[in-house]
Each structure stands twice: as C-alpha cells, then as structure tokens.
Design a protein around this ligand. Sequence first.
Ligand SMILES: NC(=O)C1=CN([C@@H]2O[C@H](COP(=O)(O)OP(=O)(O)OC[C@H]3O[C@@H](n4cnc5c(N)ncnc54)[C@H](O)[C@@H]3O)[C@@H](O)[C@H]2O)C=CC1
Ligand SMILES: NCC(=O)COP(=O)(O)O
Length: 329
Amino acid sequence: MTGLPPVAVTCGDPSGIGPEISLGAWRALGADVPFFVIGDPAHFPSGTPLAVIDDPSQAPAAAATGLPVLPHAFPDPARPGRPTPANAPGVVEVIRRAVDLTRSGEASAVCTAPISKKVLADHAGFGFPGHTEFLADLAGGAQAVMMLASDELRVVPATIHIPLSAVPGALTPELLESVIRITAKGLVRDFGLAAPRIAVAGLNPHAGEGGLLGAEEMRWIGPLCEDLRAEGMAVAGPLPADTMFHAEARARYDAAVCMYHDQALIPIKTLAFDRGVNVTLGLPFVRTSPDHGTAFDIAGQGIANPASMIAAIRLAARIAATRASGGGA
Ligand SMILES: NC(=O)C1=CN([C@@H]2O[C@H](COP(=O)(O)OP(=O)(O)OC[C@H]3O[C@@H](n4cnc5c(N)ncnc54)[C@H](O)[C@@H]3O)[C@@H](O)[C@H]2O)C=CC1
Ligand SMILES: NCC(=O)COP(=O)(O)O
C-alpha cells in the first residue's frame, strides 16, 4: 500500500471481458493495491462479491469484502460478446469520469478496461481511434505516446491507429523526435531509469539497406538519431526491425521506438501477451491498460486471463507512487 488514493478502473465495454478480468484482479490483489471499478453493478458475473461504494475513498476498506464498484448506470444489461448500441455512450462517460476523479486527486491513476473502437464510433459518436487519442484530447491536446511495457520489452509505436498505407505520410521528423523525447522522459519519470537507452527501428526492410530498399532512413531517420546522440541521448538506430527484438538485442535498450502499430505490438504480444501493459506517456495523469482487447469471442465464459489487467493496475499504482515521490523526475 502506498497511502495514495485508489486506482480508478473503467468498465470498458460491458459485453467484453472487462467485468470478469476486473473481478479476477480483485481476487488477486484484494486490498493490497487499492482500486475500484466504475461501472454498472449489474454487469458483473453472477455471484460476484460486490462492494458498492459512493466515493473512491471507501475503496480500500471495501476491498476487504468485495470488488469495489462506483456505480454508473447503463441502459442495457451486459450481453457477453454482443455489445449493445445503447450502452456505448456510457462506456465513454465512464472514461471521462475516471479521468475527472484522477485529475481531482480522488483517484491516483486511470486503468482502462478494453473498449471496442468500432462500437463506440458507430454508436457513441466517438471521434477517436482509441483511448490514447481520447485521453490526449481530455488532457487539452497533449501529445500522448503509447508504450507497451513488460519485463522483457518496452515498445512505442510512433504512429498508432492509422492504416498502414498512411504511415509513411504521417511519419515526420517532428513527430518522431517528439515521440523519442517523450519516451525518454517517461522512462525517467515513470520507470525511474536515470539514463534511458532507446533503440529506433527503421521503416523499411533492412533499415533501407543503404537506400536500396527505402530512402527514409538515409534521408531523415538516421540524421535525426545522429542529432539526438550529439545532444547526449542514448539513441541507437535506425535498426533493422527484424533483428532488434531477439533476447540479446533487447538487452541493449530500455525501449524500442517503432514506426507503426504492428511493428511495435507484434513482438511484445508474442513475448508477453499475458503480462504486457499499455501505458500512455505524455499525459498529466497516469493511465495504464491491459495489452489486449475486448475478447468478445470468449466473454462471459469465465476463461479470460486477468494477468494483464492485474499487471496494469499494479503498474498504474507504482507509477503514481513514483510520480508522487518525485522518484524519477
Ligand atoms: N485498450 C483497448 O481498449 C483495446 C481494445 N481493443 C479492441 O478490442 C476489440 C477486439 O480486438 P482483437 O484484435 O480481437 O483483440 P483481442 O485482444 O480482444 O483478442 C485477440 C485474441 O486474444 C484472446 N484474448 C484477449 N484477451 C484475452 C485474455 N485476457 N485471456 C484470454 N484470451 C484473451 C481473444 O479471445 C482473441 O482470441 C477491437 O474492437 C479492438 O479495437 C484491442 C486492443 C486494446
Ligand atoms: N492495439 C492497442 C490498442 O488498441 C490500445 O489502444 P488504446 O485504446 O489504449 O489507445
């Protein structure tokens, strides 16, 4: 226990595995890492020992008897695997509420359960491709950077939720430079690393093979890395993406900045699907999430693994404590 307020966990899509993995997290963490879920008490698996609270400050004591839930009423019941349009707006309201509680100091951090971006776009007018972009907007337009972190590997996609065909156009020296700087600051501030080492992936096969297989590395990614090294930052690259994730290569850096979503997420989900945590860097508040999605295909069957949710709540509390102590900053 850190003495900090509890972590605010959003319910995510009530028809996904959010409710059951939150229950699994409470079973594993109890009151050791205080948290509460914002959601509809009727959406949890039947037989869930619920501890309904009116205020986040009640969560630590309530966790001794059940899963602390700060109620948020939804119009429909949760039908596992079958999201309802009517519930979509509530999913977004809950995220806003968790952010408000964290910014007011009543919660120490936000941990989000998975949402379906498509359901929210279709039925809640959600104009963002994911939490990361929404949270950046709620933070007043901060540049939010997505990191997925595990003991084995940390990865950061420089471009996030855009089609592959849009990646080369979206990648600019300004974007990549700010992603690298925010990553370095996050490793110091949130992970307590004094001198973080960052590896930058190339965009093209073999990092362009001297211009034969693509020009971006020679034209600007390489020179940008040079400039950052000249400033004293430990930045390696651009490295061929196919050979930078094996064990020996991973030992040489603290985070890999990648050019697009799958270049970053495939290695970490292959190595640590059940332990990876999504952390949003660059925000004025702490946000984590499990590394997986809504898993509609298995929702309600009681087989969802809560390990990534457990890791996400633990990491949220740890980062909040590090920030509160001025730790890495
Ligand atoms: N942070 C978030 O809100 C995220 C949301 N999503 C959303 O989730 C939806 C589904 O995305 P998918 O690509 O299908 O990914 P997914 O992670 O939901 O599922 C992929 C596969 O992994 C399995 N799986 C996922 N989590 C599991 C767990 N905890 N225990 C056991 N098996 C698990 C699923 O059953 C499925 O077979 C999409 O709408 C996507 O936008 C995806 C990733 C993150
Ligand atoms: N693939 C990662 C993902 O979709 C998580 O996105 P976000 O909702 O955390 O922005």
